[in-house]
Design a binder for this molecule. Structure first.
Ligand SMILES: Cc1cc2nc3c(=O)[nH]c(=O)nc-3n(C[C@H](O)[C@H](O)[C@H](O)COP(=O)(O)OP(=O)(O)OC[C@H]3O[C@@H](n4cnc5c(N)ncnc54)[C@H](O)[C@@H]3O)c2cc1C
Length: 388
């Protein structure tokens, strides 16, 4: 099948990545193969090893450090194809970029080389910002990193961390100056192997059940001062800049893959499901629902990929990024809701993949900054611009 919108304007490298991931998803990420992982809430480690061997977990890492040196748009294209198969699996692969990007953007050459090696060797990373009482209000973090000679002593518990219990390396945000709030946050590289690092309970989630989400606990963890990324107090800026940069690939791509999958499944089903002697696709009500799903999907994808392309050209526009994230996430929920409707009772049954798409869709409105927080960022940015 060719789809002009999906392939228009892509470079030969991007088309190759798209083909590679599409073939992988169509062979390995089928509902028949994944439904037991979804039921158990289990991360499919063997599948991860396969995508790592294909180089899909190190796309963003520069070639000089052993990665593919691809840009954000190319990562988004790959994540979209994986999300077509399963949004949770795609998220776990994409969370590596979220973890390594702060180091690639703000780290020293030594830190970039050191961290990249974990991923190039097949390792997994996690980005640890959220705490039980610090989600939207990331500046309310309580984890601390106290300097002692050439080391920092890290204490605190991070919550809802994607890849939390399976990661080999963590990018951790902790207060080096607790009296300064968000301005006292700093960013650290923390290896899983360090004494005092442990993981708490895995979350038993509504959706994206193939991705691992857990608490990560740091108890008197000694880390070398060299593991500080950037300078003390730069943590909030590092976290927010990273999220602004990775959102199109993390959210826009995940949503695009999920929605395309929903549309394809609905067309296939509506052509064979017969009511009143006619396939349900002959009803204009069903046709319009699917057409509206396509409109939402194209708009979400176009907006997100436009922002990814801007980022790749050095233009960081937080208003556009927030708008793309909020729109895409809302589109995912709308599209998945209509998909369940088209499947009728079967859409509500675990026998069919549609209810899993519905469960998977909701998270996009919550993580990487909730949709309310995106709207706050948009209005804050608009008001600031109006005063210039
Ligand atoms: C599956 C999953 C994976 C995740 N992965 C990661 C990860 O890898 N790393 C990481 O650091 N975090 C991760 N998170 C955490 C995620 O980013 C937070 O859950 C999210 O930022 C929301 O924070 P919260 O859950 O504390 O909600 P809260 O901040 O408590 O918000 C609750 C509700 O209040 C609204 N709200 C809050 N403040 C305002 C306001 N000022 N105005 C209007 N509305 C407001 C929110 O929009 C939301 O609807 C993950 C979460 C989940 C569920």
């Amino acid at each position: 099948m060719t789809n002009t919108m999906l392939e228009y304007g892509l470079t030969p490298d991007q088309l190759e990545v798209q083909q590679l991931t599409r073939q992988f998803a169509s062979k390995e990420l089928t509902w028949d193969k994944l439904k037991e992982f979804d039921a158990r809430g289990e991360f499919p480690m063997e599948l991860y090893k396969k995508v790592a061997a294909m180089g899909l977990t190190t796309l963003i890492i520069p070639e000089e450090y052993g990665g593919a040196g691809m840009n954000q748009l190319t990562c988004a294209i790959a994540m979209e194809e994986l999300a077509y198969g399963d949004a949770g699996f795609s998220l776990s692969v994409g969370a590596n970029s979220l973890a390594v990007d702060p180091i690639l953007i703000f780290g020293t050459d030594e830190q970039k080389a050191y961290c990249s090696k974990f991923y190039v060797d097949g390792g997994i990373g996690a980005f640890c910002l959220t705490e039980a009482d610090a989600g939207s209000d990331a500046g309310a973090c309580r984890a601390t990193a106290v300097r002692e000679g050439d080391e920092y002593i890290l204490n605190g518990t991070k919550a809802f961390i994607t890849n939390g219990s399976i990661a080999d390396i963590y990018t951790v945000f902790a207060l080096t100056d607790p009296s300064a709030g968000a301005r006292g946050l700093s960013c650290f590289i923390v290896e899983r192997s360090r004494a005092g690092v442990s993981v708490g309970k895995d979350e038993d989630k509504m959706g994206i059940r193939l991705s691992n989400t857990s608490e990560v606990i740091f108890e008197n963890v000694r880390i070398p001062a060299n593991n500080l990324v950037g300078k003390e107090g730069m943590g909030f800026k590092i976290a927010m800049t990273t999220l602004d940069i990775t959102r199109p690939a993390g959210i826009g791509a995940g949503v695009s893959g999920l929605c395309r999958s929903a549309i394809d499944k609905c067309i296939e089903y509506a052509k064979i499901r017969v009511t009143f002697g006619q396939p349900i696709i002959t009803n204009q009500a069903i046709q319009f629902m699917i057409a509206d799903m396509e409109i939402q999907t194209q708009a979400a994808r176009t907006l997100s990929y436009r922002v990814a392309d801007m980022i790749d050209h050095g233009v960081l526009d937080p208003i556009a990024g927030a708008a793309a994230k909020a729109f895409a996430a809302d589109a995912a929920v709308r599209v998945a809701t209509d998909a369940v409707q088209i499947f009728g009772g079967n859409g509500y049954s675990r026998e069919y993949p549609i209810e899993s798409l519905y469960r998977n869709a909701k998270i996009f409105q919550i993580f990487e900054g909730t949709n309310q927080i995106q709207r706050l960022a948009i209005i804050k940015g608009l008001v600031k611009n109006s005063m210039m």
